[in-house]
Design a protein around this ligand. Structure first.
Ligand code: HEM
Length: 445
């Protein structure tokens, strides 16, 4: 039986927010899209929309992809023309809001590929990712699948699994923090659908654009690295709602409210790596990515009345407002973990997900969550094979995901409705400069 932990004595209610994004409401309640900032960008004739991926954590990240903000949708403008530069201080696909579609994949290095094979592959992959993100065709293995579309905010993000380092003769350069994640109670992990030497996250606002990029990268890898697993996910399509909103997951909850936010104090320390001590210089400016394929037991969840569902999370389904505030207060209202109802009971229950996951309950542990939903049909027993492709970027998983998941796996009311079925931990190198490739400081530094 699961044990419900006693609630921590709340310190400061942790109320950070997620990166500013154009398809979220403004915090000022004005209803205007928030976050079209100096980093976001700019419709220029011919060039379409561009969002800087690398202005550093100090800049907010936003890309106004709503139809109202730009020219008509399609490759000439709007969603299709929006592009995110591949090159920059950090890899693209971390700070930007989730695109409508994602392809996740991991590859294993072929025997004998070694360091040279890896270097050559990363060069080709980086060159191709930069071309596709700029709206150009691939210069090899182009298959015309996405010929009519613009880049659709395509981002390609590469990561290195712990197993890569031995195979590439780089064992002495493997970061200590890349040690395997511990196993957690109730984990039901399938290694064939997780881990892997090389990880790729491909996001785009169009499914064909994302699949095209994956297919080209896969063909370029032939002989050097073989696909180990692949998964497809989705998030809200920009413009789908009447006004900008935080997205919902397949449990119907507004998900992503209380994320660290670029621009807030300490954001970079939570998300990006620095050098020094056991932190290697080649990873400075990079991050660690935890991937979990988390199936939702939707039949059980949907049998629960809404008010009980809300107590499992600690927020209302209608508007994401915390249960410590009146209905309608809005998702940006700070959570008051100490608040009590008229009966003296905690307003946010002791085992509510937001209480157990909060940095205040986990020694400040924080991460930037950037997950996508998945729905892959039905399991043999008729249950939906659906849930969350959980993706969280952090400066050190030992101070981010691991302590939080340890706590969640024992004391989170939500865990009764979840199954963690696959897992991966990857070092995400810093972004590459123009002319360089991702991983160059590791391979040539
Ligand atoms: C399918 C699985 C999950 C679902 C459906 C889910 C859903 C949610 C929802 C609805 C919220 C409240 C809104 C928000 O702040 O984003 C939330 C918050 C949060 N979740 Fe999850 N979550 C899941 C798994 C996880 C996992 C595995 C972790 C980390 C180990 C995690 C960490 C957090 C954190 C840190 C917060 C913010 C807490 C706060 O400071 O208020 N979640 N989650």
């Amino acid at each position: 039986m699961e044990r419900t932990e006693q609630p921590e004595q709340p310190e400061q209610p942790s109320q950070s927010e997620q990166p500013e994004r154009a398809d979220r409401p403004a915090a000022d309640g004005s209803g205007r899209p928030r976050g079209v900032t100096r980093r976001a960008l700019l419709g220029t004739a011919g060039a379409g929309l561009v969002v800087g991926a690398s202005a550093g954590a100090a800049g907010a990240v936003a890309l106004d992809r709503s139809p109202a903000s730009g020219p008509a949708a399609g490759p000439g403008g709007g969603l299709g023309a929006a592009r995110v530069p591949f090159h920059g201080e950090h890899q693209a696909g971390i700070l930007e809001p989730q695109q409508a579609r994602v392809q996740l994949a991991a590859f294993d290095l072929a025997d004998g590929a070694g360091r040279e094979g890896l270097r050559s592959l990363l060069r080709r992959w980086s060159r191709t990712a930069a071309r596709l993100a700029a709206g150009e065709p691939a210069d090899e293995f182009e298959n015309q699948v996405a010929l009519d579309a613009g880049p659709c905010s395509l981002t390609v993000t590469f990561g290195f699994g712990a197993t890569l380092f031995d195979k590439a003769g780089l064992a002495d350069r493997r970061p200590v923090a890349l040690e395997p994640l511990p196993s957690f109670p109730a984990d039901a992990l399938d290694p064939a659908r997780g881990d892997g030497d090389l990880f790729v996250q491909i996001g785009a606002d169009d499914a064909l654009v994302a699949v095209h990029a994956l297919r080209v990268l896969q063909r370029q890898a032939a002989g050097t690295a073989a696909l180990r697993w692949q998964g497809a996910g989705f998030a809200r399509t920009p413009g789908a709602t009447a006004h900008p909103m935080t997205g919902r997951n397949l449990m119907g909850q507004i998900d992503g409210t209380n994320n660290p936010r670029p621009g807030e104090e300490g954001f970079a320390d939570k998300v990006f790596c620095t050098a020094g001590g056991d932190r290697p210089a080649w990873l400075a400016g990079g991050s660690y990515l935890v991937f979990r394929r988390i199936r939702m037991l939707l039949d059980n969840w949907e049998a629960l009345p809404t008010d009980r569902q809300e107590r499992v999370i600690g927020r209302r389904k209608s508007d994401g407002s915390p249960l410590s505030a009146p209905a309608g207060a809005g998702e940006s209202t700070p959570v008051d973990l100490a608040a009590q109802g008229p009966d003296g009971a905690l307003a946010v229950p002791a085992d509510a997900h937001v209480r157990v996951a909060a940095p205040a309950a986990n020694g400040g542990a924080a991460m930037l969550r950037r997950g996508f939903s998945y729905h892959d049909g039905l399991l043999p027993d008729g249950a939906p094979d659906a849930g969350l492709l959980f993706l969280a970027f952090q400066a050190d998983p030992r101070r981010g995901f691991t302590p939080v998941q340890r706590k969640l796996s024992r004391g989170d009311g939500l865990s009764r409705f979840l199954r963690h079925e696959a897992s991966g931990l990857y070092a995400v190198p810093p972004g590459a400069p123009e002319g360089g490739y991702v991983g160059q400081p590791l391979l040539e530094g």
